[in-house]
Design a protein. Structure first.
Length: 260
C-alpha cells in the first residue's frame, strides 16, 4: 500500500509568494502543493498556477478557499461565490479537494444552509469539500471563550461527509486530536500537519515542536489505510530563507517517517 501523499501549503512560505512554494516543494521533494487562495494574485489564476506546476513538476492537489478572516475580501464578500470559484479553480487544475472553514457567526444566512450547500456542491462538481476544524477565540489563556463559528468550530458532530483536521487548531481548541481522528473515521479525508503548544493563538509550529500527538496521528492514519493528503501547513515567517528551508525539510521528513 502506497503511503499518503505529503504536500506543501503555499501558506507555509509566507511572506514569500506562491511561486516560491512550488520551487521549494520541488527542491525538497514534496508530492504536490495545496494552493491557499490569498491576496497574492497568482493564487487566483489557474493558467499561472498550471504553468508553475509544469515548470517545477509539482501538481496542485488541493485548493484552500479564501474563507479566513484575513481573506474576507478576496474574490468579493459573498461566501458561496468564494467556494464556487475555489471549486472551479480546483477543477481547472485537476485538484480533487477544496478545504473550507465553517461560517463565521455573523454570516447567519450562509451558516443556515452551509451543510446542505456543501453537500450539493460536492455532488454537482465531483470535488471533495473538506470542512476544517477550528477553535473558539480567546484573547488569552484566562479570558472567556467566544464562539466565532456556526454551526460550530468542531466538525465531529456536524453532517459533513468530508473533514479536514488541522493539528494546530486542535492545540488552540484544546481538542483531543486522536479522539477526533477516531470519531471521524473515514470522514477524515484531509490533514493539515502542524503543531501547537495550546496557546490561545493559532501557532502552526513545525510538527514535533509542540504538544500535539502529530506522530501518533500520522501512524494511526497510515495503519488505517488513509489515502488522503497530509498537507504541511506551518508558519515560517519569522525565519530567514535558510531557516525556512530547514523547517520545511524537517516537516517533510517527520511526515514520511511516521507514515512509514
Amino acid at each position: 500500500m502506497a503511503a499518503p501523499r505529503v504536500t506543501l501549503s503555499t501558506a507555509s512560505v509566507y511572506p514569500e509568494g506562491c511561486a516560491a512554494a512550488f520551487a521549494t516543494a520541488a527542491r525538497l521533494g514534496y508530492d504536490g502543493v495545496e494552493v491557499m487562495v490569498w491576496t497574492d494574485p497568482l493564487t487566483r489564476e489557474a493558467g499561472a498556477l498550471q504553468r508553475l506546476s509544469e515548470l517545477h513538476g509539482v501538481p496542485v492537489l488541493s485548493v484552500h478557499a479564501p474563507t479566513l478572516l484575513v481573506t474576507q475580501r478576496v474574490w468579493g464578500t459573498d461566501p458561496w461565490d468564494k467556494v464556487d470559484r475555489s471549486v472551479e479553480l480546483a477543477q481547472d487544475l485537476g485538484a480533487d479537494t477544496v478545504v473550507l472553514h465553517p461560517p463565521f457567526r455573523w454570516q447567519r444566512d450562509y451558516a443556515r444552509g452551509f451543510a446542505d450547500g456543501v453537500a450539493v456542491r460536492e455532488s454537482d462538481s465531483g470535488i471533495t469539500l473538506a470542512v476544517e476544524n477550528m477553535y473558539p477565540w480567546r484573547a488569552n489563556a484566562r479570558s472567556r471563550e467566544l464562539e466565532a463559528y456556526l454551526p460550530h468550530w468542531d466538525p465531529v458532530e456536524q453532517p459533513y461527509d468530508h473533514v479536514t483536521v488541522d493539528l494546530s487548531h486542535t492545540a488552540t481548541a484544546g481538542s483531543d486530536a486522536l479522539e477526533m481522528v477516531e470519531r471521524l473515521g473515514p470522514r477524515l479525508t484531509h490533514l493539515h500537519l502542524a503543531d501547537g503548544s495550546g496557546a490561545p493563538r493559532d501557532e502552526h509550529l513545525v510538527p514535533g515542536r509542540g504538544g500535539q500527538p502529530c506522530g501518533e496521528v500520522l501512524e494511526t492514519l497510515a495503519g488505517a489505510g488513509y489515502d488522503g493528503q497530509v498537507v504541511v501547513e506551518v508558519a515560517t515567517r519569522k525565519g530567514d530563507e535558510a531557516q525556512r528551508e530547514l523547517d520545511l525539510a524537517e516537516s517533510l521528513a517527520f511526515a514520511r517517517l511516521h507514515l512509514g
